[in-house]
Design a protein around this ligand. Structure first.
Ligand code: NAX
Ligand code: ADP
Length: 331
């Protein structure tokens, strides 16, 4: 990896490059071949996040959209959109799900509407990080729950097993992930001082000096922070903000700067997670799913602002205007 000062994210992709990735259904498609999206979302405190992420995922092309949520959230999610398949999250068994097979892509989104203070959700998350074989997108409150030495170790074990992970933090969540990586570095140093061998110590030892420096600093630039988190957690990281940086564990990064401040409203991140998760569930790589999903989200924000003004846009409007975003990218 380059020195932190030298880090340059590649410019955003062109419409032509993105249009090639759009997952139009094949003539012989059925709901299973189009992609199965499982969302583990929506605690009792935040049923709305489940509604937004799931509806966005369905609209972004997933053939079968299944929501696992708190029992108290089920009625809200069912009432919001009858086409969603809604289950209690006690029925979520990530390790028992079949491995993805050719022609039947699948992915999971976890964390929209999790409360990071709700530690009872930690086992649900860690079981998923450990057991879910297909691509996994971690968002919202789940990012706070994975931001520790155990979470980092499990994320790295997924990467070592060839299982894809995508993290979608906002600035506050990215700061927590960096704190978790610092905790892991500290534990690794303690283990090294004791002469104990541990996977965490080896992982921390292998971290590039640039990433180490970025994680230790309090105010790292977002591009460098996205790259350092990607390397530390072994995941693609889309660090959201007025400009979004998409970084991969190999040290490459790209910018997505199509957004609008009309997007600065509660729930727009849940919509993004649903869109990107649906693209993963339709077989795109994490890097391509993040690049296309973030661009579609931003274009939907622009289309919604054109129709409604940049004052009036709310998260639901992005779902309504997703077709305009697809047309903008195809034009
Ligand atoms: N309708 C709903 O049900 C909604 C549920 N949501 C869910 O609420 C949970 C908590 O998410 P929150 O983001 O509100 O709370 P967080 O606990 O993640 O964020 C709280 C703190 O993080 C920092 N922060 C937040 N956004 C930031 C940003 N964009 N840039 C820099 N720092 C930032 C601020 O210091 C803020 O006080 C998540 O699981 C999320 O999915 C939210 O997405 C809002 C909508
Ligand atoms: N000023 C801005 N300009 C462009 N995009 C923005 C701006 N503010 C927020 N966004 C986008 O809106 C989304 C907000 O996500 P997030 O903070 O996770 O919201 P929430 O947690 O409420 O769902 C991100 O995709 C982010 O890039």
């Amino acid at each position: 990896m380059e020195d932190a000062e030298d880090l340059k994210a590649a410019p955003g992709r062109s419409n032509a490059e993105l249009a090639c990735l759009l997952p139009h259904p094949a003539a012989d498609a059925n709901k299973y071949t189009r992609g199965h999206l499982s969302l583990v979302v929506g605690s009792a405190a935040y049923p709305g996040a489940a509604c937004l992420a799931a509806a966005a995922g369905e609209r972004a092309g997933a053939g079968y959209t299944e929501v696992f949520c708190a029992g108290k959230s089920m009625i809200t999610v069912r009432g919001w959109r009858p086409s969603l398949v809604v289950r209690d999250w006690r029925a979520w068994k990530p390790a028992k799900a079949p491995a993805p097979r050719p022609g039947h892509p699948t992915a999971c989104v976890i964390g929209c509407g999790f409360d990071a203070a709700e530690t009872s959700l930690t086992s649900l998350l860690m079981e998923t990080v450990r057991g879910w074989k297909a691509p996994l997108l971690i968002d919202g409150g789940a990012l706070g729950l994975i931001a520790n030495a155990t979470g980092l170790r499990l994320a790295r074990e997924r990467a070592a097993a060839g299982r894809a992970t995508l993290l979608t933090p906002h600035g506050g969540e990215a700061a927590r992930l960096a704190q978790g990586a610092r905790e892991a570095l500290g534990e690794a140093e303690d283990a090294a001082a004791r002469g104990t061998r541990s996977p965490l110590a080896e992982a921390a030892g292998a971290l590039s000096p640039a990433s180490r420096a970025t994680l230790v600093e309090a105010d790292s630039a977002p591009a460098a922070l996205a790259c350092a988190l990607a390397e530390a957690y072994g995941a693609v990281v889309a660090l959201k903000g007025p400009v979004t940086f998409i970084a991969s564990p190999d040290g490459t990064a790209e910018v997505m700067d199509r957004g609008t401040s009309a997007l600065a409203k509660a729930g727009t991140g849940d919509v993004l997670a649903g869109i990107v998760g649906a693209l993963l569930a339709q077989g795109l790589s994490p890097r391509d799913a993040a690049a296309l999903g973030c661009a579609l989200h931003a274009e939907a924000g622009r289309a919604a602002a054109a129709a409604l003004t940049d004052i009036c846009v709310a998260a639901e409007d992005l779902i309504t205007h997703l077709p305009d975003a697809i047309r903008a990218i195809e034009s």
